[in-house]
Design a protein around this ligand. Structure first.
Ligand SMILES: Nc1ncnc2c1ncn2[C@@H]1O[C@H](COP(=O)(O)OS(=O)(=O)O)[C@@H](OP(=O)(O)O)[C@H]1O
Ligand SMILES: Nc1ncnc2c1ncn2[C@@H]1O[C@H](COP(=O)(O)OP(=O)(O)O)[C@@H](O)[C@H]1O
Length: 207
């Protein structure tokens, strides 16, 4: 019996099937690939390309996309600092559950604050939190501006936009960093390939 958060008199219920058994069924190991970076840096593009590549290899993944989750689970949250922190905390918890289910969970969120990402890392066992930093220059993201949000932020019509008037704190020790090479962004398939190679090398693509 214990007290957790605002709940008292709660008990942990063990499941009859464990993570190892689920991983055996799937022939893979559960983990979280956490993609962080500015709006427009290519997070969703990498998430989609990676999920497709894993599917081709017979590996089960699931994408948790910040924009999409804000349509449901996180629709009560905005973009002030404490809302972003709660957004990342909730997605970290969900990602943890997916990884425990044996899936390769691909989380794609700006997740601008280092301490929030580190808190998600701390939820995961061993080294199964794989942080991927989309290190693209703000100028490139702003030039892409697929949703026209940078333009609105520059015009002062969106307040607290990441990279403009809200901070982005780059990772200090991420597992994978995606950079431009000679001023050119790698193709989505090449970015996904880099992550797949990492997962393969670390043994996540077999149980
Ligand atoms: N103020 C502000 N700052 C940053 N982004 C904003 C903002 N307002 C709306 N948007 C849109 O919301 C998407 C980011 O949602 P996230 O859940 O990933 O953000 S966060 O991790 O909580 O910071 C982000 O999507 P991506 O462009 O895919 O990153 C934007 O489209
Ligand atoms: N590797 C890439 N090469 C060329 N264009 C890209 C690449 N990655 C993303 N883009 C383009 O940049 C824009 C923003 O990408 P997106 O994945 O939506 O970013 P984010 O999810 O970080 O906001 C899209 O128009 C997308 O087609």
């Amino acid at each position: 019996m214990s007290t957790v958060g605002n709940s008292t008199n709660i008990f942990w219920q063990e499941s009859p099937i464990g993570k190892l058994e689920r991983q055996k069924l799937l022939n893979q190991k559960g983990c979280v690939v956490w993609i962080t970076g500015l709006s427009g840096s290519g997070k969703s593009t990498l998430a989609c390309s990676l999920s497709r590549e894993l599917c081709t290899r017979g590996k089960l993944s699931y994408i948790l996309d910040g924009d999409n989750l804000r349509h449901g689970l996180n629709k009560d949250l905005g973009f002030k600092a404490e809302d972003r922190t709660e957004n990342i905390r909730r997605v970290g918890e969900v990602a943890h559950l997916f990884a425990d289910a044996g899936l390769i969970c691909i989380a794609s969120l700006i997740s601008p604050y280092r301490k929030d990402r580190d808190a998600c890392r701390a939820m995961l066992p061993d080294s199964s939190f794989i942080e991927v930093y989309m290190n693209m220059p703000l100028a490139l993201c702003e030039e892409r501006d697929p949703k026209g949000l940078y333009k609105l932020a520059r015009a002062g019509k969106i307040k607290g936009f990441t990279g403009i008037d809200d901070p982005y704190e780059p990772p200090l020790n991420c597992e994978i960093e995606i950079n431009q090479k000679d001023g050119v962004c790698p193709m989505p398939s090449a970015m996904a390939g880099e992550v797949v190679t990492y997962l393969e090398d670390k043994g996540y693509l077999h149980e």
